[in-house]
Design a protein around this ligand. Structure first.
Ligand SMILES: *Cc1c(COP(=O)(O)O)cnc(C)c1O
Length: 401
């Protein structure tokens, strides 16, 4: 058994055979009962986990034997390894990606009644983090071709706001980095500190640097479906500012400056445990190869879609293929075609933040690109363990849209 088409030999779990019709049969040691797969799932975390199982078992055993379960050696090693991977001075692990955003906002000085500028098309995580501080998210539209924030959409948003937001959260959506060179120039000139949300873009590169190494702070999530995921919850805040890193380490642990000494407001308990840290350490060395495979699959979708159907991203260097998103005028028809072929799809995301029920009755801007995209976008299966034969089946349907 190998993962990522032969690049790694990780032992012999599971055993796979193919019958005469090319239909894949999988035998796991747990069931010993072969089953035939007809449906192509949107994601299948079992495949990657099975392939890594011996390494994960070793990591778990190491933690159990150590008797250290929170803020121990695995945690500290992951902090160094992932900071080095991203090319930043420091990484501070926290409980999940939303906590990472919330603690980053607190660390940068955002308080109740402030506003935070962000996008409305990225699943609402930033809005949730902002609201949990008693602050208010304010929204910029996105560029119609990338569906990412740009200097032009940011300037347009700033023109309609009455006060300068206390922070800007840039979400690197679907695995593509926003144009951080021009965004940082703009934000520095205007005087807004920038937080990059890298939960969908771990490994993405812009102008020769990793997404996440441009802003004052960056965040990620280790939710299991991310390109770099744990087997449970986890998150991280990145910064190259040592004072901010110190503050984050205090904020994630009750606002303590030392044991039992509470000196910071905004403190809480948000930690990533040793087991999850050890598991993410197993996965980090594979991330670039997985991202290569994601790009390769995305490239095949791009080659298959007919004129009139647009893929939002392009599999160039720097893009890490978190989600393969197409835009079609008749999304439901496309979705039905795929469903009838046994191919599972999803929509990321169907309701923009400014249209969520929690904001009913408030005055919100019109965000024409965000709103139109929400009606047209459809996400295809895209994970490194997709079989070539499954990609073939998907491209066959794409050609018929
Ligand atoms: C998943 C995700 C988050 C939230 O992460 P959790 O760990 O689920 O809290 C934040 N931002 C983006 C862009 C995400 O995709």
């Amino acid at each position: 058994m190998c993962i990522v088409r032969g690049r790694y030999d990780l032992g012999s779990l599971p055993t796979e055979t193919r019958n005469g019709k090319g239909i894949k049969r999988v035998t796991t040691p747990h069931t010993e009962k072969p089953h035939t797969e007809h449906e192509i799932p949107f994601n299948d975390l079992g495949r990657g986990t099975r392939a890594l199982r011996p390494l994960i078992d070793d990591a778990i055993a190491r933690v159990l034997d150590s008797g250290w379960f929170v803020l121990g050696p695995e945690h500290n090693s992951l902090e160094s390894e992932i900071a080095e991977y991203l090319g930043v001075g420091d990484a501070v692990l926290v409980g999940n990606g939303t906590d990472a955003l919330q603690l980053a906002l607190i660390a940068i000085g955002v308080r109740a009644d402030d506003t935070v500028l962000t996008v409305a098309n990225a699943g609402g995580y930033t809005s949730t983090a902002v609201r949990s501080l008693g602050a208010t998210p304010v929204f910029a539209d996105v560029d119609p071709s990338t569906l990412l924030v740009s200097v032009s959409t940011l300037s347009e948003a700033l023109d309609r706001l009455e006060t300068l937001p206390s922070a800007l959260v840039v979400t690197h959506l679907f695995g593509a980095s926003a144009d951080m060179t021009s965004i940082m120039r703009w934000a520095d000139a205007v005087g807004i500190p920038v937080i990059e949300d890298c939960a969908q873009s771990m490994g993405a590169v812009h102008a020769g640097k990793k997404a996440g190494s441009f802003g004052r702070l960056a965040t990620t999530s280790f939710y299991p479906t991310k390109n770099l995921g744990a087997l449970g919850d986890g998150g991280c805040v990145f910064t190259s500012d040592p004072a901010l890193a110190t503050r984050l380490r205090q904020l994630r642990q009750y606002g303590w400056t030392s044991k039992y000494v509470t000196a910071l407001s905004g403190g809480r308990n948000s930690r990533m445990d040793e087991l999850q840290a050890a598991i993410v350490r197993v996965k980090l060395p594979f991330l670039d190869a997985w991202n290569d495979r994601r790009r390769e699959i995305h490239q095949r979708y791009e080659a298959a879609v007919p004129a009139g159907v647009r893929m939002v991203n392009h599999a160039q260097d720097g893009y890490v293929g978190h989600l393969a998103v197409i835009e079609t005028a008749d999304r439901e028809k496309t979705r039905t075609l795929l469903t009838e072929a046994g191919i599972h799809t999803d929509v990321h995301y169907p309701i923009p933040d400014h249209k969520q029920p929690i904001l009913a009755g408030t005055i919100q801007p019109s965000l024409p690109v965000t709103e139109a995209a929400a009606e047209r976008i459809l996400s295809l299966p895209l994970f490194p363990e997709l079989e070539d034969s499954e990609v073939d089946r998907i491209t066959d349907v794409l050609k018929r849209i």
